[in-house]
Design a protein around this ligand. Sequence first.
Ligand code: SF4
Length: 89
Amino acid sequence: MTDNYCMGNIQKLHIKDMLISSSVAKQFSDLSVDQLNNSCLKCEFKYFCGGGCRARSVMVNKNLYQKDPYCKLYFNYYYKETEFMTYEK
Ligand code: SF4
């Protein structure tokens, strides 16, 4: 992860205080799949998946708002798990 997402020094601050005072923590708690990239916005599974893991997105895409590089895995999982909804009458 990059320093851009550092919430503080765990040896100096209690994690509870970091979660309350850190702008990074606020950024993540306010983050919704509706703010992510176009692929996720159009995805039928976005409210199940949530766009995947933000850490993987940053590591691979250098961008918090891109889809998780494991998107295909998530998509296939939700597709398979909801298949019955499409075909059941
Ligand atoms: S399955 Fe892929 S495109 Fe759909 S919300 Fe998840 S990461 Fe985004």
